[in-house]
Design a protein. Structure first.
Length: 365
Protein backbone atom coordinates (compact mmCIF):
# COMPACT_ATOMS: atom_id res chain seq x y z
CA UNK A 1 0.00 0.00 0.00
CA UNK A 2 1.00 3.62 -0.48
CA UNK A 3 2.50 5.63 2.36
CA UNK A 4 -0.51 7.90 2.77
CA UNK A 5 -2.78 4.85 3.01
CA UNK A 6 -0.79 3.51 5.94
CA UNK A 7 -0.62 6.94 7.60
CA UNK A 8 -4.37 7.61 7.51
CA UNK A 9 -5.07 4.02 8.62
CA UNK A 10 -2.90 4.53 11.68
CA UNK A 11 -4.82 7.70 12.57
CA UNK A 12 -8.09 5.78 12.17
CA UNK A 13 -6.91 3.13 14.62
CA UNK A 14 -5.97 5.82 17.17
CA UNK A 15 -9.42 7.42 16.83
CA UNK A 16 -11.03 4.31 18.34
CA UNK A 17 -9.67 5.36 21.75
CA UNK A 18 -12.09 7.90 23.34
CA UNK A 19 -9.38 9.43 25.50
CA UNK A 20 -7.20 10.08 22.44
CA UNK A 21 -10.06 11.94 20.73
CA UNK A 22 -10.67 14.00 23.88
CA UNK A 23 -6.96 14.83 24.18
CA UNK A 24 -6.89 15.96 20.54
CA UNK A 25 -9.99 18.15 20.85
CA UNK A 26 -9.56 19.53 24.38
CA UNK A 27 -5.80 19.60 24.91
CA UNK A 28 -4.63 20.23 21.32
CA UNK A 29 -2.68 16.96 21.52
CA UNK A 30 -1.17 15.34 18.44
CA UNK A 31 -1.72 11.85 19.85
CA UNK A 32 -3.87 10.79 16.89
CA UNK A 33 -0.89 11.49 14.63
CA UNK A 34 1.10 9.01 16.73
CA UNK A 35 -0.98 6.26 15.14
CA UNK A 36 -0.24 7.68 11.69
CA UNK A 37 3.50 7.89 12.39
CA UNK A 38 3.72 4.27 13.43
CA UNK A 39 1.33 3.33 10.65
CA UNK A 40 3.98 4.40 8.15
CA UNK A 41 6.99 3.50 10.31
CA UNK A 42 7.63 -0.05 8.92
CA UNK A 43 8.15 1.24 5.36
CA UNK A 44 10.18 4.19 6.63
CA UNK A 45 12.57 1.81 8.40
CA UNK A 46 12.91 -0.25 5.22
CA UNK A 47 13.33 2.43 2.58
CA UNK A 48 15.32 4.93 4.67
CA UNK A 49 17.56 2.53 6.60
CA UNK A 50 17.41 -1.23 5.85
CA UNK A 51 17.75 -0.69 2.12
CA UNK A 52 21.12 1.03 2.51
CA UNK A 53 22.54 -1.51 4.95
CA UNK A 54 21.77 -4.46 2.69
CA UNK A 55 24.78 -5.80 0.77
CA UNK A 56 24.32 -7.79 -2.42
CA UNK A 57 26.70 -10.39 -3.84
CA UNK A 58 26.37 -8.96 -7.34
CA UNK A 59 25.52 -5.47 -8.61
CA UNK A 60 24.41 -4.64 -12.13
CA UNK A 61 25.11 -1.13 -13.40
CA UNK A 62 24.42 -1.25 -17.15
CA UNK A 63 26.48 1.08 -19.31
CA UNK A 64 24.07 3.16 -21.43
CA UNK A 65 26.79 3.54 -24.05
CA UNK A 66 27.49 -0.19 -24.30
CA UNK A 67 24.19 -1.98 -23.74
CA UNK A 68 24.12 -5.75 -23.81
CA UNK A 69 21.22 -7.77 -22.43
CA UNK A 70 23.39 -10.89 -22.18
CA UNK A 71 25.78 -9.24 -19.73
CA UNK A 72 22.87 -8.43 -17.43
CA UNK A 73 21.36 -11.91 -17.76
CA UNK A 74 24.71 -13.62 -17.10
CA UNK A 75 25.24 -11.62 -13.90
CA UNK A 76 21.79 -12.57 -12.61
CA UNK A 77 22.48 -16.20 -13.56
CA UNK A 78 25.75 -16.06 -11.59
CA UNK A 79 23.77 -15.06 -8.49
CA UNK A 80 21.52 -18.08 -9.01
CA UNK A 81 24.56 -20.33 -9.46
CA UNK A 82 25.96 -18.99 -6.19
CA UNK A 83 22.71 -19.98 -4.48
CA UNK A 84 23.00 -23.45 -6.02
CA UNK A 85 26.41 -23.90 -4.38
CA UNK A 86 26.15 -21.89 -1.16
CA UNK A 87 22.41 -21.77 -0.44
CA UNK A 88 21.87 -18.04 -1.07
CA UNK A 89 22.81 -15.40 -3.60
CA UNK A 90 21.69 -11.80 -4.12
CA UNK A 91 21.81 -9.34 -7.00
CA UNK A 92 21.06 -5.61 -7.08
CA UNK A 93 19.94 -4.07 -10.37
CA UNK A 94 20.42 -0.35 -10.97
CA UNK A 95 18.57 1.99 -13.28
CA UNK A 96 20.09 3.95 -16.15
CA UNK A 97 19.47 7.70 -15.92
CA UNK A 98 20.34 9.53 -19.11
CA UNK A 99 19.10 13.00 -18.15
CA UNK A 100 16.97 14.89 -15.65
CA UNK A 101 13.82 13.35 -17.14
CA UNK A 102 15.23 10.57 -19.28
CA UNK A 103 15.89 6.92 -18.43
CA UNK A 104 16.73 3.76 -20.34
CA UNK A 105 14.36 0.94 -19.36
CA UNK A 106 14.93 -2.78 -19.29
CA UNK A 107 13.04 -5.80 -17.99
CA UNK A 108 14.04 -8.94 -16.12
CA UNK A 109 12.05 -12.16 -16.05
CA UNK A 110 12.57 -15.71 -14.79
CA UNK A 111 11.15 -18.36 -17.10
CA UNK A 112 10.51 -21.30 -14.76
CA UNK A 113 9.41 -23.54 -17.65
CA UNK A 114 12.87 -23.44 -19.27
CA UNK A 115 15.00 -22.40 -16.23
CA UNK A 116 16.19 -19.29 -18.06
CA UNK A 117 16.90 -15.72 -17.07
CA UNK A 118 15.29 -13.39 -19.63
CA UNK A 119 16.42 -9.78 -20.14
CA UNK A 120 15.10 -7.24 -22.62
CA UNK A 121 16.56 -3.76 -23.17
CA UNK A 122 13.60 -1.42 -23.66
CA UNK A 123 13.18 2.10 -25.03
CA UNK A 124 14.07 5.35 -23.35
CA UNK A 125 11.32 6.62 -21.02
CA UNK A 126 10.53 9.75 -19.05
CA UNK A 127 9.99 9.78 -15.28
CA UNK A 128 6.35 8.91 -15.85
CA UNK A 129 7.59 5.78 -17.68
CA UNK A 130 6.17 6.98 -20.99
CA UNK A 131 8.35 5.49 -23.75
CA UNK A 132 9.90 7.53 -26.55
CA UNK A 133 9.30 5.89 -29.92
CA UNK A 134 12.32 5.10 -32.02
CA UNK A 135 14.72 4.75 -29.07
CA UNK A 136 14.74 0.94 -29.03
CA UNK A 137 18.01 -0.88 -29.67
CA UNK A 138 18.47 -1.77 -33.32
CA UNK A 139 20.58 -4.88 -32.69
CA UNK A 140 18.25 -7.72 -31.53
CA UNK A 141 21.19 -9.70 -30.12
CA UNK A 142 22.01 -6.81 -27.80
CA UNK A 143 18.39 -6.07 -26.93
CA UNK A 144 17.30 -9.58 -25.91
CA UNK A 145 19.02 -12.42 -24.09
CA UNK A 146 18.21 -15.73 -22.46
CA UNK A 147 20.65 -17.47 -20.13
CA UNK A 148 19.97 -20.97 -18.84
CA UNK A 149 20.80 -22.20 -15.33
CA UNK A 150 20.96 -25.75 -13.99
CA UNK A 151 18.40 -25.55 -11.19
CA UNK A 152 14.69 -25.14 -11.40
CA UNK A 153 13.33 -22.01 -9.75
CA UNK A 154 9.99 -20.65 -8.61
CA UNK A 155 8.62 -17.28 -7.57
CA UNK A 156 5.41 -15.68 -6.43
CA UNK A 157 5.33 -13.26 -9.38
CA UNK A 158 5.23 -14.82 -12.81
CA UNK A 159 5.70 -11.63 -14.81
CA UNK A 160 8.47 -9.37 -15.96
CA UNK A 161 10.02 -6.87 -13.56
CA UNK A 162 10.61 -3.45 -15.05
CA UNK A 163 13.75 -1.53 -14.14
CA UNK A 164 13.23 2.00 -15.38
CA UNK A 165 13.24 4.94 -12.98
CA UNK A 166 14.51 5.95 -9.54
CA UNK A 167 16.09 2.89 -7.91
CA UNK A 168 16.19 -0.66 -9.20
CA UNK A 169 15.08 -3.83 -7.40
CA UNK A 170 17.08 -6.42 -5.52
CA UNK A 171 16.57 -10.17 -5.78
CA UNK A 172 17.67 -12.95 -3.47
CA UNK A 173 17.90 -16.56 -4.60
CA UNK A 174 17.41 -19.16 -1.87
CA UNK A 175 17.99 -22.89 -2.25
CA UNK A 176 14.95 -24.78 -0.98
CA UNK A 177 13.84 -28.40 -0.82
CA UNK A 178 14.82 -30.70 -3.68
CA UNK A 179 17.39 -28.14 -4.84
CA UNK A 180 14.83 -25.70 -6.25
CA UNK A 181 15.70 -22.00 -6.12
CA UNK A 182 13.17 -19.58 -4.71
CA UNK A 183 13.29 -16.05 -6.14
CA UNK A 184 12.73 -13.49 -3.39
CA UNK A 185 11.96 -9.92 -4.44
CA UNK A 186 13.43 -7.13 -2.25
CA UNK A 187 14.88 -9.42 0.46
CA UNK A 188 15.41 -6.44 2.80
CA UNK A 189 11.76 -5.37 2.58
CA UNK A 190 8.96 -6.52 4.92
CA UNK A 191 11.24 -8.54 7.19
CA UNK A 192 12.09 -7.41 10.75
CA UNK A 193 10.42 -4.00 10.26
CA UNK A 194 7.10 -5.65 9.34
CA UNK A 195 6.90 -8.02 12.31
CA UNK A 196 4.46 -8.08 15.20
CA UNK A 197 7.41 -8.69 17.50
CA UNK A 198 9.01 -5.32 16.66
CA UNK A 199 5.71 -3.54 17.26
CA UNK A 200 5.30 -5.26 20.63
CA UNK A 201 8.91 -4.49 21.62
CA UNK A 202 8.58 -0.78 20.80
CA UNK A 203 5.22 -0.64 22.57
CA UNK A 204 6.74 -2.29 25.65
CA UNK A 205 9.64 0.16 25.82
CA UNK A 206 7.36 3.16 25.30
CA UNK A 207 4.95 1.77 27.90
CA UNK A 208 7.72 1.55 30.51
CA UNK A 209 8.73 5.14 29.74
CA UNK A 210 5.19 6.56 29.82
CA UNK A 211 4.35 4.65 33.03
CA UNK A 212 6.91 6.73 34.91
CA UNK A 213 6.56 10.02 33.01
CA UNK A 214 2.95 10.55 31.88
CA UNK A 215 0.63 11.93 34.60
CA UNK A 216 -3.03 11.05 34.77
CA UNK A 217 -5.24 13.45 32.83
CA UNK A 218 -8.51 15.11 33.84
CA UNK A 219 -11.53 12.92 34.61
CA UNK A 220 -9.68 9.57 34.68
CA UNK A 221 -12.86 7.87 35.93
CA UNK A 222 -14.34 8.30 32.44
CA UNK A 223 -11.83 5.97 30.78
CA UNK A 224 -11.23 2.23 31.01
CA UNK A 225 -7.46 2.49 30.50
CA UNK A 226 -4.95 4.88 32.12
CA UNK A 227 -3.43 7.63 30.00
CA UNK A 228 0.10 6.22 30.12
CA UNK A 229 -1.13 2.99 28.49
CA UNK A 230 -2.71 4.89 25.61
CA UNK A 231 0.62 5.63 23.93
CA UNK A 232 1.97 2.04 23.64
CA UNK A 233 -1.44 0.75 22.53
CA UNK A 234 -1.70 3.28 19.70
CA UNK A 235 1.87 2.47 18.64
CA UNK A 236 1.17 -1.28 18.67
CA UNK A 237 -2.11 -1.14 16.74
CA UNK A 238 -0.80 1.50 14.33
CA UNK A 239 2.06 -0.77 13.27
CA UNK A 240 -0.20 -3.84 13.20
CA UNK A 241 -2.69 -2.27 10.79
CA UNK A 242 0.21 -1.58 8.40
CA UNK A 243 1.19 -5.25 8.44
CA UNK A 244 -2.40 -6.41 7.97
CA UNK A 245 -2.93 -4.09 4.99
CA UNK A 246 0.30 -5.25 3.36
CA UNK A 247 -0.74 -8.88 3.78
CA UNK A 248 -3.66 -8.37 1.38
CA UNK A 249 -1.18 -8.04 -1.52
CA UNK A 250 1.10 -10.62 -3.10
CA UNK A 251 4.14 -10.04 -0.92
CA UNK A 252 3.70 -11.05 2.69
CA UNK A 253 5.61 -10.17 5.86
CA UNK A 254 7.97 -11.83 8.31
CA UNK A 255 5.40 -11.71 11.10
CA UNK A 256 7.40 -13.05 14.03
CA UNK A 257 11.01 -12.10 13.32
CA UNK A 258 13.52 -13.26 14.65
CA UNK A 259 11.61 -16.45 15.48
CA UNK A 260 10.75 -16.88 11.80
CA UNK A 261 13.31 -16.47 9.01
CA UNK A 262 11.27 -15.86 5.88
CA UNK A 263 8.34 -13.78 4.71
CA UNK A 264 4.95 -15.37 4.45
CA UNK A 265 3.04 -15.20 1.17
CA UNK A 266 0.43 -12.48 0.89
CA UNK A 267 -3.24 -13.20 0.33
CA UNK A 268 -2.94 -12.01 -3.28
CA UNK A 269 -6.23 -10.10 -3.17
CA UNK A 270 -4.84 -6.96 -4.79
CA UNK A 271 -1.69 -5.20 -5.93
CA UNK A 272 -0.07 -2.64 -3.66
CA UNK A 273 0.22 -0.21 -6.58
CA UNK A 274 -3.45 -0.34 -7.65
CA UNK A 275 -5.44 2.84 -7.13
CA UNK A 276 -8.82 1.39 -6.11
CA UNK A 277 -7.56 -0.84 -3.25
CA UNK A 278 -5.54 2.06 -1.87
CA UNK A 279 -8.54 4.36 -2.11
CA UNK A 280 -10.70 1.72 -0.40
CA UNK A 281 -8.43 1.65 2.65
CA UNK A 282 -8.22 5.45 2.72
CA UNK A 283 -12.00 5.81 2.43
CA UNK A 284 -12.54 3.22 5.18
CA UNK A 285 -10.17 5.13 7.45
CA UNK A 286 -11.87 8.48 6.79
CA UNK A 287 -15.33 7.04 7.50
CA UNK A 288 -14.09 5.53 10.77
CA UNK A 289 -12.32 8.74 11.82
CA UNK A 290 -15.41 10.90 11.24
CA UNK A 291 -17.61 8.41 13.07
CA UNK A 292 -15.26 8.20 16.07
CA UNK A 293 -14.79 11.98 16.25
CA UNK A 294 -18.56 12.37 16.44
CA UNK A 295 -19.36 9.63 18.97
CA UNK A 296 -16.43 10.51 21.25
CA UNK A 297 -16.94 14.27 20.98
CA UNK A 298 -16.58 16.31 24.18
CA UNK A 299 -20.00 17.97 24.49
CA UNK A 300 -22.78 18.47 27.04
CA UNK A 301 -25.10 15.52 27.49
CA UNK A 302 -28.05 17.26 25.86
CA UNK A 303 -26.12 18.01 22.66
CA UNK A 304 -27.51 15.77 19.88
CA UNK A 305 -24.94 13.68 17.98
CA UNK A 306 -24.04 14.64 14.44
CA UNK A 307 -24.54 11.02 13.36
CA UNK A 308 -27.91 10.07 14.83
CA UNK A 309 -28.19 6.71 13.06
CA UNK A 310 -24.87 4.85 12.58
CA UNK A 311 -26.50 2.22 10.34
CA UNK A 312 -27.74 4.90 7.92
CA UNK A 313 -24.37 6.64 8.03
CA UNK A 314 -22.39 3.51 7.15
CA UNK A 315 -24.89 2.45 4.50
CA UNK A 316 -24.87 5.69 2.51
CA UNK A 317 -21.28 6.77 3.09
CA UNK A 318 -19.53 3.39 3.20
CA UNK A 319 -21.52 0.46 1.84
CA UNK A 320 -22.67 2.24 -1.34
CA UNK A 321 -19.23 3.74 -2.23
CA UNK A 322 -17.52 0.39 -1.53
CA UNK A 323 -19.99 -1.37 -3.82
CA UNK A 324 -19.21 1.14 -6.59
CA UNK A 325 -15.45 0.70 -6.06
CA UNK A 326 -15.83 -3.10 -6.11
CA UNK A 327 -17.74 -2.91 -9.38
CA UNK A 328 -15.04 -0.90 -11.14
CA UNK A 329 -12.25 -2.95 -9.54
CA UNK A 330 -13.56 -6.30 -10.77
CA UNK A 331 -14.60 -4.80 -14.10
CA UNK A 332 -11.04 -3.58 -14.66
CA UNK A 333 -9.66 -6.92 -13.55
CA UNK A 334 -11.81 -8.79 -16.07
CA UNK A 335 -10.85 -6.36 -18.84
CA UNK A 336 -7.17 -6.90 -18.06
CA UNK A 337 -7.58 -10.68 -18.11
CA UNK A 338 -9.41 -10.45 -21.42
CA UNK A 339 -6.52 -8.52 -22.97
CA UNK A 340 -4.01 -11.09 -21.81
CA UNK A 341 -5.66 -14.49 -22.24
CA UNK A 342 -3.63 -17.29 -20.77
CA UNK A 343 -4.46 -20.95 -20.56
CA UNK A 344 -4.58 -22.43 -17.10
CA UNK A 345 -1.22 -23.87 -16.17
CA UNK A 346 0.51 -22.41 -19.18
CA UNK A 347 3.71 -20.48 -18.37
CA UNK A 348 3.93 -16.80 -19.14
CA UNK A 349 5.34 -15.82 -22.52
CA UNK A 350 8.29 -13.70 -21.48
CA UNK A 351 9.25 -12.95 -25.05
CA UNK A 352 5.90 -11.32 -25.77
CA UNK A 353 5.35 -7.59 -25.39
CA UNK A 354 2.76 -8.06 -22.63
CA UNK A 355 2.24 -6.09 -19.46
CA UNK A 356 5.02 -5.75 -16.96
CA UNK A 357 4.43 -6.34 -13.29
CA UNK A 358 4.57 -2.75 -12.08
CA UNK A 359 4.34 -3.71 -8.41
CA UNK A 360 7.75 -5.33 -8.65
CA UNK A 361 9.28 -1.96 -9.51
CA UNK A 362 10.89 -0.76 -6.29
CA UNK A 363 9.98 2.81 -7.11
CA UNK A 364 6.24 2.20 -6.71
CA UNK A 365 6.14 0.07 -3.56
Amino acid sequence: MKGFTHFISGIAVASFFPQAVHMASQEQSFILCLGGIFGIMPDTLDFKFAKYFHKSDFEIRPDPNNLDARVIAETVANAIRKAEKEGRGTVQLHTMQLGSNLWRSYTLAFDSATSEVVVDIGPEVDTGQVPFEGTELKDPEKAHARVKVESQFFQQFDKKSQIAIMTGPCFEFVKRDEGKIEIVFLPWHRTWSHSFTLGMLIALLVGIFTFFTVPEGPNPELYSIPRWLLYPLIILFGSMVHIIEDSTGFMGNNLFYPFTKDRTNGLGLMSAAEAIPNFLFVWTSIICILYNLDRFRWAPGDTPPGIENPATYFFWFYAIPVAVMAYFFFKGKKAKEAKEPKEKGRPADFDAATSVERETDASVI
